[in-house]
Design a protein around this ligand. Sequence first.
Ligand code: NAP
Ligand code: GDD
Length: 327
Amino acid sequence: MQRVGIVAKTRALITGITGQDGSYLAEFLLSQGYEVFGMIRRSSTVNFERIAHIQDKISLVTGDLLDEVSMINLLRQSRPREVYNLAAQSFVQTSWSQPVFTGETTALGVTRLLDAIRIVDPEIRFYQASSSEMFGRVLEVPQTEKTPFYPRSPYGVAKVYGHWITVNYRESHGVHAISGILFNHESPRRGLEFVTRKISNGVARIKMGLDSTLSLGNLDAQRDWGFAGDYVKAMWMMLQKDTAEDYVIATGETHSVREFCEVAFSVVGLDWKKYVVVDEAFMRPAEVDFLVGDSGKAQRALGWKAEVEFPSLVEMMVRNDLECLHP
Ligand code: NAP
Ligand code: GDD
């Protein structure tokens, strides 16, 4: 008797699926034919706005980076081949007011998940969402995989821990664990507290007559800003390599917060200087003044390259916020 074979889809588990990157990565993995599982934590209200459009195509399982047993159970339930650890307390400013919570989640959470993997299935391929924030007060320009770290916030310190524990589980337990050192990446799904979305949303509100000013902190800070949709592809490409190595993902261009304002206000024909006010409340106790990455290794080894350029990214975000206010 001939049996019709059913080809099982590759399974991936994403922590932080309700966040900006998690939603783009879930979409991308679905487009690659994956069966996608997402870890969600218990909350008193649902916050599925970013994944509402794909909710019927993915499986959501509950767990928390603070609770190792929950992750052991969800790995047993979902049996993934790939795990993408995107969950974190990811807002730098909050890390000064909640340094211990940030460390528990963003640093020790990585160890809990790696341990859960070691216990359930050490063959799982693991991606850790490391950050350019680890470079902090930069010791080299541009920053590469070899640039030493000098974090400037409890968040940056926690990410350095997450990076090194990933390297350590690779070296001491043989886990196929990769750390992607991603520079800032933005999108219309960016949280409203991050500066790019705060600006694009502020511009839209001013244009619609809902606000008359936009309060910001340090306008001189410079960042290497790319598009989140491009960056999640890099995460996947890294995990497809048979050798586990770390990669920097960046555009190679840097722009100041002031320049971001200039371009964003110009999208709606306004002069940013008339609306932006500097408010000390948004200044940081220690600032990361300047970041620019060199993604040469990823370009050569993975064939990855940032597609969306700075002016298009800013325009995409402003137009989306206008649309949200006035559909
Ligand atoms: P985000 O939008 O803030 O999303 C964070 C996600 O983590 C949310 O889904 C959140 O769930 C989840 N989470 C937080 N604490 C958790 C816990 N204790 N247990 C389980 N889930 C928890 O962040 P993002 O911008 O997508 O960034 C994704 C990852 O990349 C983060 O690790 C971030 O630090 C890192 N990263 C981001 C950038 C960037 O520019 N975006 C650059 C470098 C690295 P709730 O929805 O329930 O809050
Ligand atoms: N959030 C915010 N709000 N930032 C402001 C403001 C403001 O009103 N005004 C100026 N800034 C400056 C900050 O001081 C900082 O130098 C820069 O804008 C960017 O701030 P954020 O958008 O909050 O991002 P971030 O660079 O601190 O952190 C993001 O990127 C990291 C990668 O380098 C986050 O996504 C982190 O999770 C990520 O690791």
